[in-house]
Design a protein around this ligand. Structure first.
Ligand code: ZN
Length: 186
């Protein structure tokens, strides 16, 4: 089932999400719905708060970037209760976008390599090192479960210039070709 994606301005995107355990109801079904929703909107990552659940879970499928970076072809994974243990390297700019903030893309600076501990969809604990675009997608999705958006990470002047656009997104005053829920839609 394709779920509506929560647009910028909704307080759920600002909440710190809660950890879950294996007893979380209908988890498999929810993960399937998240994949369906992400593919429907042509995204490469989707975090649970973006579909209205304040839990520490996100999914990624990097295949879309596979032409630019082969390592992303098989990068498809569910991340539950992740913890970024370490971020290393020289910060680099990457142009980020977000399904909750359609029509806006901005360069964001982050470190290139992360060590991540997380549970997969079968609740097997993993620790892995990711770098480049894979790390970048994880960092972006990880921010979502912490209540942070990529527009928080751009310089204050750029952010001020985007204020009107962001307000229009919250009001649903935008063109978008996937199902969304707008907090200020009258
Ligand atoms: Zn996002």
């Amino acid at each position: 089932m394709v779920l509506p994606i929560i647009a910028y301005g909704d307080p759920i995107l600002r909440k710190m999400s809660e950890e879950i355990d294996e007893s979380y109801p209908d988890l498999k079904e929810f993960i399937n719905d998240m994949y369906e929703t992400m593919y429907d909107s042509s995204g490469v990552g989707l975090a649970a708060p973006q579909v209205g659940r304040s839990i520490r879970l996100f999914i990624i499928d990097g295949e879309k970037y596979g032409e630019e970076d082969e390592s992303l072809l098989n990068f498809k994974e569910v991340f539950i209760n992740p913890i970024i243990i370490e971020e290393t390297g020289q910060e680099w700019d990457f142009n980020e976008g977000c399904l909750s903030i359609p029509g806006i893309r901005e360069d964001v600076r982050r470190k290139p390599q992360i060590t991540l501990e997380y549970y997969d969809e079968n609740f097997v604990l993993k620790e892995e090192i990711f770098d480049g675009v894979a790390a970048r997608i994880i960092q972006h999705e990880y921010d979502h479960i912490e209540g942070v958006l990529f527009t928080d990470r751009i310089n204050p002047l750029r952010r001020r210039l985007l204020k009107g656009k962001l307000h229009n997104i919250a009001k649903g005053n935008i063109e978008v070709d996937y199902k969304m829920k707008f907090p200020l839609l009258k």
